[in-house]
Design a binder for this molecule. Sequence first.
Ligand code: IMP
Ligand code: MG
Length: 369
Amino acid sequence: MIKLHDKYFKPFISAKQIDDALQRLAIEIADDLGDETPVFVGVLNGAFMVVSDFVKKYPKPCEVTFIKLASYEGFKSTEDVQRLIGLTQDLSGRTVVILEDIIDTGNTLAEIHRIFKNENAKALKIATLFYKPEAYKKDFKLHYVGIEIPNKFIVGFGLDYNGLGRNLPEVYQIKETQHMTNLVLFGPPGAGKGTQANFLKEKYNLVHISTGDVFRFNIKNKTPLGMLAKSFIDKGELVPDQVTIDMLNAEVEKNADANGFIFDGFPRTNAQADSLDTLLTSKDSQINAMIALEVEDETLVKRLLERGKTSGRADDADESIIRNRVKEYYSKTAILKDYYANQGKYFGVDGVGSIEDITVRLSAVIDNL
Ligand code: IMP
Ligand code: MG
């Protein structure tokens, strides 16, 4: 992963793949042009690397020149293509091959066609290393395409993000989500998870996703996923993981600009942890840490009995029920502790002390990630 200005990019196309594509283009074009000596016209700035590498592979005599156009601001193509350096040589009667680094909307290409309209070239061919078919809005024929790519912003091999990245020998793609800190928060009943989640989400600008809350919200608002979940609950069956994952996916997408998420109540099984990894990978992200609040049983029992005096929750009133809930927590979550420990992502934090002290301990873990 690399960072240019404020954005993160991930490796996308290797130097080898680029080299192979340019090699193919060189052979294809040389075959097509026969004995013709073409004039290759590179479009600056982006095409400087393409031209340099391409012409070295071109197996026959050729001429090389450049024009300089500019249309991009940040990572949006604009309609307004500026002609910074035009043609400086007579191309009448010549076979001209435009060499582009990338064709996106085709606005630049339209300007190129305008430039060549009155040049009386014998033929005008378009060759581009990269092409984004989903973004292309014009009808001009593209004669030679190196690699088709999805409509996502890329940098490297001549392409830049606000000036940076042109020198990279390989190509990187913008990350779906930018840098996130994703936590799985764990702790037995009474450990103070809810309290701490509230502090952490404020401090780190994270979104707290409690699966219980997400379920209740979806069911109450009768969303399609909520209705589906309810149909299982009503039959007394467990909601299938995929339904829960789909709900979490919707939550993550709703908050795509977040600094990260605190997952609370999920995952509970290895299969769920795998699904969560898959979900986050699809967003170019990951779980950074499982943080577990560690509180020994006797303290939990005392705390919950204390809470039961005022909370009115029946399951907080009975000592044997409390002990069972705690026991169940450990028997169910021990596996997950291993799951994340194996990835070096498990962090146990002492959950006994003042609320502030515990927040400080949790923050120390997060600040170190
Ligand atoms: P078009 O005019 O929209 O076809 O875009 C062509 C120009 O926009 C290219 O020559 C690049 O300078 C720039 N461009 C388009 N897509 C990208 C990208 O993904 N990364 C960096 N520059 C791009
Ligand atoms: Mg360009």
